[in-house]
Design a protein around this ligand. Structure first.
Ligand SMILES: C[S@@+](CC[C@H](N)C(=O)[O-])C[C@H]1O[C@@H](n2cnc3c(N)ncnc32)[C@H](O)[C@@H]1O
Length: 223
């Protein structure tokens, strides 16, 4: 069960080092995953895009830089993470809870959420809230961790639960944040379970693109 207060306090504590530690622990692969997401978003040619749980703005900043015609709004409930996003150049930010967004219905052509949905307390309710702010036919992209299938799963789990928390504790002094990461990945729906969830939330045409053998996944769907 995700505890929003724990999530908020955890990201507040690691905001200053979040990006650097992410790139180190993923050996830079998170940068490639966001680049793949950017290619997909570029094909949609949105005018207004909401990046929910934008954090320090990694994906929002990529979109703002590479697709300057798109109006990008980055939303997060953790002010220290948003402050970093602004400091890094994100032009439009909103301090708000992704579960109850102070935004009008059908206001966006696209909504992205990278490594964020997994941190929300109710995935189905969050997806319904995302659909509410998308115009009919608008695009959703979810980028998040999943678990690889087959022989890679056991060594990956060993890294996730035994190696990564120690490394992260050494880099950030925040072991609990990275114990939480492993737990949240285990409980997050993946593959067909996520496609079903998207369908139940009213989204059409759900797709699943596994990345790096399934360590991460991109899901897309239409409102
Ligand atoms: C793992 S970070 C991802 C940040 C960024 N999207 C990225 O790709 O690096 C998760 C973010 O979700 C935010 N978050 C978690 N729960 C939230 C909520 N209920 N409303 C808004 N933001 C939330 C956290 O504050 C944090 O910045």
């Amino acid at each position: 069960m995700i505890d929003p207060k724990f999530v908020h306090d955890t990201f507040s504590a690691i905001a200053g080092r979040y990006g650097t530690v992410n790139h180190l622990l993923s050996l830079g692969t998170d940068i490639l995953w966001r680049a793949r997401a950017l290619q997909i978003i570029a094909d949609w040619r949105p005018s207004k895009l909401l990046d929910a749980a934008t954090g320090t703005g990694d994906l929002a900043l990529d979109i703002q830089r590479e697709l300057p015609e798109v109006h990008v709004l980055g939303l997060d409930f953790c002010e220290p993470m948003l402050a970093m996003a602004r400091q890094r150049g994100l032009l439009h930010t909103l301090h708000a809870d992704a579960m109850h967004m102070p935004l009008e219905d059908a206001a966006f052509d696209a909504l992205t959420i990278a490594f964020g949905l997994r941190n929300l307390p109710d995935y189905a309710a969050a997806l319904r809230e995302f659909r509410r702010v998308l115009r009919p036919g608008g695009h959703l992209l979810v980028l998040d961790f999943s678990l690889p299938d087959g022989f890679a799963r056991a060594p990956y789990r060993l890294y996730l639960h035994q190696v990564l928390p120690h490394l992260a504790a050494w880099l950030t002094g925040q072991r609990s944040a990275y114990d939480y990461l492993g737990q949240s990945i285990e409980q997050f729906p993946r593959g067909t379970a996520m496609l079903d969830l998207l369908g139940q939330a009213g989204f059409a045409c759900p797709t699943h693109l596994p990345l790096c053998g399934g360590i991460a996944s991109i899901y897309t769907a239409k409102a």
